[in-house]
Design a protein around this ligand. Structure first.
Ligand SMILES: [Zn+2]
Length: 63
């Protein structure tokens, strides 16, 4: 009901000197910010976490 995501993010976000690329997770639709660990395969990153990756696999394998 309370939609505080947008305001929260803009208030709590510090240090945006460099605008890092962001994406939405394919599963939970949360924005995820570029990480150094993803530098190599940023294009292939679709999920914010291992949990979401598993979720996605389950969802697709059921059909
Ligand atoms: Zn996710």
């Amino acid at each position: 009901m309370a939609k505080v995501d947008a305001t929260n993010a803009s208030k709590g976000y510090k240090g945006n000197k460099q605008s890092l690329p962001t994406k939405l997770c394919s599963v939970c639709q949360r924005p995820m910010t570029w990480r150094k660990a993803w530098a190599k395969n940023w294009d292939e990153v679709k999920y914010c976490s291992e949990a979401c990756r598993r979720n996605a696999k389950q969802a697709t394998s059921s059909r």
